[in-house]
Design a protein around this ligand. Structure first.
Ligand SMILES: [Zn+2]
Length: 381
């Protein structure tokens, strides 16, 4: 990690932040780069949550990039490979500042060399197109987690969205025989199983089957915000028992149960403007995000405070201990997080807040990254 200037080093929280390994398990920049036609090595302040220079400024050591396409995308496996190509291309263009890592050893070496350790996670089992050989090929290219489903179910695992809205009309619920084979193969390969977006039945099928610790790459706590993307107490306890880690999502709508209602009324207010963007060829979701970004003051007035993210974190620590929580920002996949966090450059504010809440240096190191490293290493055995 690197900070410029001398006076900042005198600030205790930055020193602690600087010394810790910071891992963010979920960043959607590969998809944002396609939507916004930008590259990771550009200066993108004000345009995106992330770029290479700001990751350095924010002290990010390890970034897992989300490889993603929606279910409407044709040939999703080929699409995933093209997104992986672009992450490799960024690393090729800035070899002194960034490298793709596939093993815990490579990861530690990259940190020592002060290069961003970039990792790959595929968000959505549909991208393997029901073929275990595609899973194997993605592993070879460096993919180290697979989110078993995105909001859409696959033929072999059901999503939280489908389990909660379609219920008994689903042809199957949880993991099918193929789904179980995929989980077993991931265990053999040492590819982490990510249960974010998965339905509860899929979650329990995974927990009962996996021989390795799992992750939630970007999910928050149901108790604070009753959203199907968040984890209930019994799930949090089961992940702790499994030795896994829950990486908290920064999305305002997963932290604060009132946010989505407030955002909907903001979107309604600017509907004519959003409709005109859509008429000019923008995706509806993206047109809404662009409009919310344009009216920054109004958007910021409905964003929750950073303290709410810390409340989610404290809750997990009190329920199961400090060894089972980490950070999975979802930056560049969300229109808003806590109002203090405007992008990857603001990660040090989380360390500051942890110190203010009385967390020890050792605990802070676990939360920022060591808990993830433990699970990554355990999956290689
Ligand atoms: Zn997601």
């Amino acid at each position: 990690m690197l900070f410029t200037g001398t006076n900042v080093f005198s600030q205790k929280y930055k020193k602690i932040h600087n010394a810790a390994v910071l891992v963010d398990t979920h960043n959607d920049f590969p998809s944002a780069s396609i939507e916004k036609k930008v590259s990771f090595d550009d200066d993108l302040s004000g345009k995106t949550h992330s770029d290479l220079a700001r990751m350095r400024a924010g002290g990010v050591d390890v970034q897992i990039f989300s490889i993603f396409c929606g279910p409407e995308q044709e040939q999703p496996y080929a699409f995933a490979n093209r997104e992986i190509d672009s992450v490799y291309e960024w690393a090729r263009r800035a070899p002194m500042r960034m490298t793709i890592v596939k093993t815990p050893g490579e990861l530690r070496r990259a940190i020592k060399e002060k290069r961003l350790a970039a990792m790959l996670g595929v968000e959505g089992g549909h991208m393997i197109e029901d073929k275990i050989e595609n899973l194997d090929a993605l592993y070879v290219r460096g993919v180290r987690y697979l989110t078993l489903t995105w909001n859409n179910s696959t033929s072999w695992a059901t999503s939280a969205a489908d389990e909660t809205t379609k219920g008994d009309s689903l042809p199957h619920k949880g993991l099918t025989d193929l789904g179980k084979k995929i989980v077993e193969r991931m265990n053999e390969l040492g590819m982490l199983i990510d249960i974010s977006h998965n339905g509860e039945q899929t979650f329990w099928d995974v927990i009962n089957l996996t021989k390795k610790p799992i992750i939630a790459s970007h999910s928050s706590v149901w108790n604070f915000c009753h959203h199907r993307r968040n984890l209930k107490d019994d799930q949090i306890k089961a992940i702790a028992k499994n030795g896994g880690v829950i990486h908290l999502n920064f999305y305002a709508g997963f932290l604060d149960s009132t946010y989505e209602r407030k955002a909907a009324s903001l979107i309604a207010k600017y509907k004519p403007e959003i409709d005109s963007l859509v008429a000019h060829g923008r995706q509806p979701d993206y047109a809404a995000i662009m409009t919310m970004e344009k009216y920054k003051d109004e958007t910021s007035s409905i964003q929750p405070p950073l303290s709410l993210l810390l409340d989610h974190l404290d809750y997990i620590v009190k329920l199961v201990g400090v060894d089972y929580v980490g950070l999975g920002s979802d930056f560049d996949g969300i229109e808003a997080g806590p109002k203090e966090l405007n992008g990857v450059q603001d990660f040090p504010l989380i360390t500051k807040a942890l110190i203010e809440r009385g967390y020890s240096k050792k605990d802070i190191r676990k939360i920022l990254g060591e808990n993830f490293l433990r699970v990554f290493e355990a999956n290689q055995l």
